[in-house]
Write a protein that binds this ligand. Structure first.
Ligand code: HEM
Ligand SMILES: *[C@@H]1O[C@H](CO)[C@@H](O)[C@H](O)[C@H]1NC(C)=O
Ligand SMILES: *[C@@H]1O[C@H](CO)[C@@H](O)[C@H](O)[C@H]1NC(C)=O
Ligand SMILES: *[C@@H]1O[C@H](CO)[C@@H](O)[C@H](O)[C@H]1NC(C)=O
Ligand SMILES: *[C@@H]1O[C@H](CO)[C@@H](O)[C@H](O)[C@H]1NC(C)=O
Ligand SMILES: *[C@@H]1O[C@H](CO)[C@@H](O)[C@H](O)[C@H]1NC(C)=O
Length: 326
């Protein structure tokens, strides 16, 4: 009796200790908004003017930088892997189908990194710079701000095949979109809110040709307009661009959702969010209530930024974003 109670209380102590250690481990591993407050206090004010200058030269760059963060986070977590050039030991993500001739902004990230290195050498990860640039871009184009969590470290490798399989394509159906986001801990609501990113930026003809020529759930005059710069024949005009939001492509508002309601989504994967399915009512909410969209978008961006970061002694702080440290 006495010995069994001795064993159970020592077990309680053991379990408590183990839980404590696990908790310390996981709280150590967590990102925080003040991660660089002593090691790089001027980080945010170093990044922002570089983003401002890039976006003032070309508004679309704001969209491109926002997308860069998404394409980083969805492939093995927000670890800067998308930024790595190919090497003799791996083929990276830049030439994967969803990225090749499509993802932009690498030079802006490199430019930010060199200014950050000058201010705080060897301290700030490329993955965090991408996360800050995505937030700054959203705000510069008129969106709501959020506090970016920091403390990610950079990967030492990248994977072409993981980028090819990890990112949703524009022909995705609604259940595929929901399950891909769910697999990364993001809800259907997060998915719809994050898709609101398509209120800025452009897409290539090859990715929406089938929709504007062959789909029925599209406004006929909108389809006709888009057909004007996107020929039906395979291979012709593939890279011709059209705005994802026909109304205000350089302004971060809720027009994307208004477009979906009148069947003016550009991509198949846009229109499925309002096509008689489970997300219709949320699209309608966002179309009528810009502040609900803004706050849900900000919350979902923070969740997306939390996907599998490298922390502690994992990964490294790259000196140059396009290559691992030598
Ligand atoms: C829901 C699944 C998604 C699909 C299927 C998808 C697909 C696409 C496609 C096909 C393009 C055009 C690419 C090109 O023409 O080369 C695009 C552009 C864009 N996407 Fe997405 N996307 C999705 C979600 C997201 C998310 C979550 C974000 C950001 C958080 C995002 C941000 C953007 C932006 C800003 C652009 C315009 C980029 C530019 O103009 O450079 N997308 N997306
Ligand atoms: C990575 O590739 C880009 C584009 O080819 C090039 O400009 C850059 O210098 C490369 N980075 C390194 C470290 O070689
Ligand atoms: C990437 O695009 C270039 C054209 O800019 C093309 O030559 C190359 O084959 C593409 N790479 C892959 C892996 O598809
Ligand atoms: C949606 O797309 C996935 C992946 O392509 C496919 O397996 C599934 O059958 C599709 N679902 C519907 C309802 O069309
Ligand atoms: C399609 O859009 C045009 C132009 O905005 C509008 O006049 C027309 O009523 C719309 N068609 C339908 C069927 O809603
Ligand atoms: C576009 O091309 C597809 C085949 O590639 C064909 O089925 C369709 O009828 C064409 N549509 C128009 C409007 O020409």
């Amino acid at each position: 009796m006495a010995s069994s109670s001795f064993f159970s209380s020592s077990m309680v102590i053991h379990v408590t200790l183990i839980l404590l250690v696990l908790q310390m481990g996981s709280s150590y591993a967590q990102l925080s908004t003040n991660f660089y407050s002593t090691t790089c206090p001027n980080l945010l004010s170093t990044v922002k003017p570089v983003v401002e200058s890039a976006v003032s030269k070309e508004k679309r760059m704001g969209a491109s930088l926002l997308r860069l963060h998404f394409h980083d986070c969805f492939v093995n977590g927000c670890d800067g892997s998308i930024l790595l050039n190919d090497t003799s030991s791996f083929t990276g993500e830049k030439t994967a189908g969803p990225n090749n001739n499509s993802v932009r902004g690498y030079n802006v990230i490199d430019d930010i990194k060199s200014k950050v290195e000058a201010a705080c050498p060897g301290v700030v990860s490329c993955a965090d710079i991408v996360a800050i640039a995505a937030r700054d871009s959203t705000v510069i184009l008129g969106g709501l701000s959020w506090e970016v969590k920091l403390g990610r470290r950079d990967s030492k490798t990248a994977s072409l095949s993981d980028a090819n399989s990890g990112l949703p394509g524009p022909d995705s159906n609604l259940s595929d979109l929901i399950s891909r986001f769910q697999d990364l801990g993001l809800s259907a609501q997060d998915m719809v809110a994050l898709s609101g990113s398509h209120t800025i930026g452009q897409a290539r003809c090859v990715l929406f040709r089938n929709r504007i020529y062959n789909e029925a759930n599209i406004n006929a005059s909108f389809a006709k307009t888009r057909q004007g710069t996107c020929p039906n024949s395979t291979g012709s005009g593939d890279d011709n661009l059209a705005p994802l939001d026909l109304q205000t492509p350089n302004f971060f508002d809720n027009n994307y959702f208004k477009n979906l309601i009148v069947q003016k989504g550009l991509l198949h994967s846009d229109q499925v969010l309002h096509d008689g399915g489970s997300t219709d009512s949320l699209v309608e909410t966002y179309s009528k209530n810009p502040s609900t969209f803004s706050s849900d978008f900000a919350a979902a961006m923070i969740k997306m930024g939390d996907i599998s970061p490298l922390t502690g002694s994992n990964g490294e702080i790259r000196k140059e974003c396009s290559k691992v440290n030598g």
